[in-house]
Design a protein around this ligand. Sequence first.
Ligand SMILES: C[S@@+](CC[C@H](N)C(=O)[O-])C[C@H]1O[C@@H](n2cnc3c(N)ncnc32)[C@H](O)[C@@H]1O
Length: 365
Amino acid sequence: MRLLLTTARGIEDIAKAEISALLDKLGVPFRVEEKPLGVEGRLLAEVDEAFYTDEKGRKRELSVSTYLNERSRLLHRVIVEISSERFEGIGEEKPEKALQRIEDFVKELPVERFVKVSESFAVRSFRKGEHKITSVDVARTVGKAIFERLESFGSPKVNLDHPAVIFRAELIGDVFFLGIDTTGDSSLHKRPWRVYDHPAHLKASIANALIELANLDGGPFMDPFCGSGTIPIELALRGYTGSITCLEKFRKHLTGAKMNALSAGVFDKIEFILGDATRLSEHFKSVDFAVSNLPYGLKIGRKSAIPRLYMDFFGELAKVLEKRGVFITTEKRAIEKAIEENGFEIKHHRLIGHGGLMVHAYVIE
Ligand SMILES: C[S@@+](CC[C@H](N)C(=O)[O-])C[C@H]1O[C@@H](n2cnc3c(N)ncnc32)[C@H](O)[C@@H]1O
């Protein structure tokens, strides 16, 4: 089976390590490729059939897609791949020609192997890059091709609201993917525990990537700008045994973080502190690790507020941080200046896609 896996751009290597560790446990041959056909935010996993023994001792096939949907902390979607193809030059083509190419391609695919004709289906689409066609055009064209192909096997049923089977068609640059979306309409990064929605919350998948980058060893951990608690909650859900602190300046967000932690079942694993990260040393004597999604400044009035805030925060961090920090922000100049002027060293830097932007992530010691 070939699975097309989606995640945030820039964390494919971390997702690959996670997926490889999960598939290793199944004891079957597999291969995971990052950025298939050069597409960012995607992985392709080729996995042999896996089996388990049920309570009556019978050998049963294990659904690898369900297994990954339930266990992965970094993936957004698990898609059973039907086909992937590069359509050279599709971006420049006139809409009718581009759509005809997609239709001709899809109608030759054995979609009947993936959906019973008695089951309702819908096509969801995703498009990124320069094209003269829209994602709605793609969904309509692919839906028509699938419908017409299934008609030779019976009477296909389309249900756009509550389909039994979701086909996912993606056109990213000149690469086209078609598969069965086993995740459903809600991406895995939208965690069921989230009852308080912070306006600038971090995707849970990225929170887990930052946690991986921090290479934690069980020592005391804090998120000094914890907002709705995404990073501390995800860390607690991983079964972290060290202390976890969530510090936030605004009561409304801290209350939201507590509500989220309650909903996630990890309220008693996290210490919540209402406080100012620019006065960190008043709250902590020492902490081994700090991982945080810094304020980006959109909500802060004055332009100079961000460099000042970062300078004050990293000055305080230098007094308490023992091991390692991981920070993510759009404000490259301000963070690099604050890191360097406060005696920290940048050990790693990468760009991560978050909400349409590429944000900067730093590992510092
Ligand atoms: C980008 S948000 C963090 C979002 C969080 N990662 C989440 O997923 O909900 C930054 C947070 O820092 C808080 N903040 C701003 N200035 C602060 C300060 N001086 N001390 C502590 N928190 C502060 C903001 O209220 C905001 O909730």
